[in-house]
Design a binder for this molecule. Sequence first.
Ligand code: HAM
Length: 445
Amino acid sequence: MSKKKVQKFYLVKGFKDILPEDQPYWEFLRKKCFNVAKSYGYERIDLPILEDSKLFVKGVGNLTDVVSKEMFSFETLGKERVSLRPEGTAGAVRAYIEHGMMNRKKPVKLFYMGPMFRYDKPQAGRYRQFYQFGLEIFAGDEPIIDSQMIYMVYQFFDELKIPIIVKINSIGCPKCREKFLKVLKDYLKKNKSKLCKDCQLRYNKNVLRILDCKEKKCKEIIQESPQILDHLCEDCNKHFVKTLEYLEDSQINYELDPFVVRGLDYYNRTTFEVVPTEEFAGGEISAQGALAGGGRYDYLVKSLGGQNTPAIGVAFGMDRIVNALKKIKDLEIPSINSSDIFVAQLGDKARKKVLALFEKLRRAGFSVSESISKTSLGQQLEEANRLKTKLALIIGEKELLDKTILIRDMESGSQEVVPENKIESVLETRLKSLDINVKKTRIRN
Ligand code: HAM
């Protein structure tokens, strides 16, 4: 018989699986994200992964790397040109306009969480599918909103114990930026031939992006370049000074960085990026090290067909934050598989009973687990230990006959026999004494 070789399949380049062992980190981070969004009054919005390609061309900018080189775009069977979203802001703005959210109580605060796709060169911390937690505020251009957002971002990392610096800049409004771009072009003209290939193209098409280039030779040239902060118009300057003034008292670790021009075209005025401190990152901080980034985009809603609506937002790179969390030694990540109660059995008859007991307790809202396929009590209790269970319920021949259940405290080893029909109330009392509230999660039939 000829042996046919079976084809094996592997991950597509730049994509990754998030394995069960990493899930506690993700769950921990997701909870923190939901928590911060809720405390600051953001409402959840789930946006589609696929959008009309033109939304990104117009919203993010067709001259940006993200749109010109990194989109996963294709034509559907219905001949629509669509793209996997490379970021969430454009979709959030589309949804804001499409659902008439300008008529809601202001400010409208939205948050989203999910995968984004960029066909970028994969490397450490840079993936082709990555996850973002994003927050957007619509309506309001007061500098206090900028400061509060930056403050919130800082607190978020502080709570996670990730030491960071927030790099802040202002890229002005279209008026002052236009003037600055001329000054910048004049400065770069004499060195144009020394710039990298991409920057030579950027020189004519999107000169501001050169300030963001990570190539060593470009970095050297732009080091001495004119700075946009010296060319802000009066209003933009006032806005920036006020934003910083509010931050001044908050004791957050920020620094001004004239090179934070961001890789997306919709920004104006305040822009910021969060990087881990050099000490924490263990060496030079590269662009791949940015843990979050955002800024103001006062013109995007109008340019995508809505009303004039100043807005500001931020997105956190969740994969990079998880990588950072793994480096923190004294961080306690709760196990997600742990449960309060474990049901164990001895003998086949008891097993049937335990099967029903497990379901009854689960429906009553207890956090309960089992290992029904195992026969040895020792192995079952080992599993109970692994799951960090507080109480084990054991049913054997004797308990079957007496219609009782043995409760074993997994920490002290002490045991108590209770009548079967009292088990729920006894468990509730016992868990309450351990500060565990059962009723909150009770599943109603
Ligand atoms: P962004 O700076 O392009 O901004 O992305 C935000 C964060 O997503 C980055 O700081 C980084 O942590 C993470 N990230 C980006 N690309 C990758 C990648 N290839 N692999 C892993 N992580 C990545 C935005 O996307 C804007 N929409 C943020 C925003 C919201 N601005 C206003 N509102």
